[in-house]
Write a protein that binds this ligand. Structure first.
Ligand code: NI
Length: 173
């Protein structure tokens, strides 16, 4: 396993739709392992392949945030939301590609998602609470959408300018 570099917004790769994964092979399994390691290391609760510059439809997440909780790593290949609740929920969202910036985003409170597992089997599960927010946020990444795209333009521009400044500072070392 290896840590992968997380792209920081703004980056054109974070604005592009990712391609479906045709078959679960060793490359896909290695990518999933690396992404989980990268996510836990960050630390974060979700990561999408485009965030590590791989333009494929794969996300990882683990929303068991409580101290001492048993880890529950999930790998979702070609995930798709197939049902959303009418009830909506507001969460203060963040993103590993937009470090230290948080904003409230409203999304369906519950979603049902279909995906392919690492064993190649078709999966279907309903998510609620933080898991529902996280899975929608990560699937958005596969379509080139960031949580700041839901914010008012002024707030979005403010965050983008902060990230441009951060990237300049990082480039200088
Ligand atoms: Ni994100």
């Amino acid at each position: 396993m290896a840590l992968r570099k997380i792209l920081i917004h703004p980056d054109p790769r974070l604005k592009k739709a990712a391609d479906p994964i045709a078959s679960v092979d060793d490359d896909v399994r290695r990518l999933a392992d690396d992404m989980l390691e990268t996510m836990y290391d960050a630390p974060g609760i979700g990561l999408a392949a485009p965030q590590v510059a791989v333009m494929n439809r794969l996300i990882v997440m683990d929303c068991e945030k409580e101290e001492g909780a048993t880890p529950n790593p999930m790998v979702l290949i070609n995930p798709a939301v197939v049902w959303t609740s009418e009830e909506r929920n507001v969460y203060d969202e963040g993103c590993l590609s937009i470090p230290e910036q948080y904003a409230e985003v409203e999304r369906p409170a519950e979603v049902e998602v279909q995906w392919t597992g690492l064993d190649g089997k078709a999966m279907r599960e309903r998510f609620d609470g933080l898991w529902a927010t996280c899975v929608q946020h990560e699937i958005d990444h596969l379509n080139g959408t960031l949580f700041i795209d839901y914010l008012k333009p002024l707030k979005r521009q403010m965050i983008t300018r902060k990230m441009q400044k951060l990237k300049r500072e990082m480039a200088r070392g």
